[in-house]
Design a protein around this ligand. Sequence first.
Ligand code: HEC
Length: 132
Amino acid sequence: MRIVWAGLALLGISLISGGLKAQDEAAKPQFYIQRVKPIFENNCFRCHGGMNHRGALSMATKAGMAKGGKDGAVVVPGDPGRSLLVRSLRHEQPPEKPMPPKSKLSDQDIATIERWVKAGAIMPDDTIPGRR
Ligand code: HEC
């Protein structure tokens, strides 16, 4: 019986630290590179990357993301609900600017981006300022 309790306690500890670890993961630049950037690349950069700054927003660089768009900041680190970028993905009102304009990302992709914003919207430093 004592062994069972010890096992349960260990399980509990590993579940808790597993949960904390998951949050830590999202705060690493690696999470952006492996999980977030591919979503942006496939769905956003053709209008908000490289030479294209639709809505005055360039999302491909840390500097561009920090600058935001013509309406100001698009990401409030730690607060997905107040981030214009996340609200656009959820097709919430306002901003009346659903993104991408003609489709909606999968719930899973939206959840990944929300998790990233919640953990601080951490991006790797730009190697060449202003370029990707
Ligand atoms: C086909 C081109 C296109 C694609 C793809 C696209 N956008 Fe946009 N985006 C625009 C245009 C155009 C605007 C300006 C709309 C306006 O102000 O009426 C805009 C504006 C925005 C804004 C608001 C900027 C501001 O300050 O008002 C955000 C945030 C945004 N886009 C995020 C995204 C994200 C995230 C994706 C990918 C999931 C994405 N967009 C994909 C064309 C695009």
